[in-house]
Design a protein. Sequence first.
Length: 182
Amino acid sequence: MKKEEVRRRVKAQKSLLDEIEKAAAARSVFERVEQTAAFLVSTNILLYHSLPDELSTHAFIDKWAGIKHFFLPRVNGVNLDILPYDRSRLHLGAFQIEEPDGDEVADINDIEMVIVPAVAYDRKCNRVGRGKGYYDRLLCDTPAMKIGVAYDFQVVDEIDADEHDVPVDIVITDRAVYRRRR
């Protein structure tokens, strides 16, 4: 399926969700994430600070912030910098996303697990982002476990993946888990 068509369909489906459905889905997805071996053994985790139309990461961050070392991305031109999460040091940055302040840029090679946002995934763990390629550039060389999180309707049969697109290792939804075959 073409990426623009996927983006339109998912946006329409997300608009139908109420706050109770959103919260229940996020709780279900992140309970599954917490049960993965990757999460259990990882200390340094990069994740996203969710926008209103994304599967919410806020309760998950609040729950684990004192136990795991979380990092958030910050837009830097056409790339993403990785900085430690500190609730008191966030500002509204690029694309109206809360981003970390500071100069403590981390190396992607120090990250053990990445929770990756997307507009959609397919059953082979390919992803459709918002179209700027930030995560593809960030993730292309990292050995970290890449976990995509999504509402179940965000998983489609097949996405027209480009050569530069970086798939995730696992996609976790509120109803299923998909693993990439290597």
